[in-house]
Design a protein around this ligand. Structure first.
Ligand SMILES: [Zn+2]
Length: 340
């Protein structure tokens, strides 16, 4: 029997599974041009397509060591039910982060009102699915929607995920509309708290980071996607100094490898500080596992095993195995799951 290292499964706290189909497509000069290609893809989705395609994507995640996923879903109600079925088929624990989208995007993203949105959330919860609230962004949700959704999440004890500060243009538009930066607006509308996960926070300023620390919110970083889309570097030093909990996501699924996401975090932190070992390995593993579970509001998800006889781990003593995983391995060191 080969030597195995048992670990908690990695938690992918932020995924848009349909975007996996854009892997290898290099059109688009910037984030906004990429977004047009993404919207074209979203326009053509059907529940049947979601069920088969998402199932394949979740199997790819499962093979890479992710055993739970937060699917940030804005492509329709029936499609959300199909995503739940796809995850079940793939042996993946799934939380539907059901997105509220009031303006912009495609017709299919937008319920008629915030009340209609919350009715859909209730209906989805009624099916037994694990559900979180997901006002898409301050671009997509006006102030009254944010207030209503923040209040509902608090009263129901549900997690709330929101994209924020991914691109400078979003911040400029938020300042023009509200006189506030995105995280300030989310704070004012009751959307920041210990059950909140801010996705990206790439261009958050010091005051916004203080706000996250004060309210107990966490941040989901998606470094392979953030690199691919030209978002910028996350403010890792500011996040770490304040003790803001971090988790990871594969986001656009241009790459599906939790070890690479974690390695990127530490690599960015080293480049920013000109030091080594900025984030302890144990903290990186926690970001990839327990912190993601907390972000999704789940206590239980399958574990994984690492093949210590894998060529990537040759010559590594057991005491260095965790560090070698993060710094020197790809997801192919995860052994095929026995129960998926
Ligand atoms: Zn996203």
């Amino acid at each position: 029997m080969a030597d195995r290292l048992v670990l908690p499964g990695f938690v992918n706290a932020h995924s848009h599974a349909f975007q996996r189909a854009l892997r290898g497509k290099v059109e688009g000069g910037d984030f906004w041009a990429w977004r047009e290609a993404m919207l074209d893809l979203a326009r053509g989705l059907t529940p049947e397509h979601v069920r088969t395609e998402y199932s394949a994507v979740y199997r790819e995640m499962r093979a890479a060591g992710y055993t739970a996923v937060g699917e940030f879903h804005y492509v329709g109600f029936t499609e959300a039910e199909a995503a739940v079925e796809a995850a079940r088929e793939a042996g993946m624990e799934l939380v539907v982060l059901y997105a509220a989208y009031a303006r912009g995007g495609l017709d299919r993203f937008r319920p008629d009102s915030v009340g209609a949105y919350l009715d859909q959330v209730e209906a989805l919860r009624g099916t037994g699915a694990l559900v979180g609230l997901a006002p898409h962004s301050v671009r997509a949700c006006p102030r009254d929607w944010l207030e209503e959704i923040g209040g509902y999440a608090a009263s129901e004890g549900l997690v709330l995920h929101v994209h924020a500060d991914e691109q400078p243009r979003e911040i400029e538009e938020c300042l023009a509309e509200h006189g506030l930066r995105p995280l300030e607006l989310l704070g004012e509308t009751g959307c920041l708290g210990p059950r909140t996960t801010i996705v990206h926070a790439t261009h958050a300023d010091e005051r916004e980071l203080d706000l996250l620390a004060d309210t107990g919110a966490r941040v989901c970083l998606c470094p392979t996607t953030e690199a691919n889309l030209g978002d910028g570097f996350p403010p890792l030093v500011g996040l770490l100094e304040r003790g803001i909990p971090l988790c990871i996501g594969s986001d656009s699924n241009v790459r599906i490898d939790p070890l690479e996401e974690l390695r990127e975090l530490e690599g960015i932190a080293r480049r920013q500080t000109l030091r080594r070992n900025v984030i302890p390995v144990a903290d990186l593993i926690t970001a990839g596992t327990a912190s993601g579970g907390a972000a999704l509001g789940i206590d239980d998800w399958p574990g994984i095993e690492i093949d210590l006889d894998h060529a990537s781990l040759r010559g590594v003593p057991p005491s260095d195995a965790h560090a070698a995983l993060v710094h020197g391995c790809g997801a192919d060191v995860v052994t095929p799951s026995r129960d998926a």
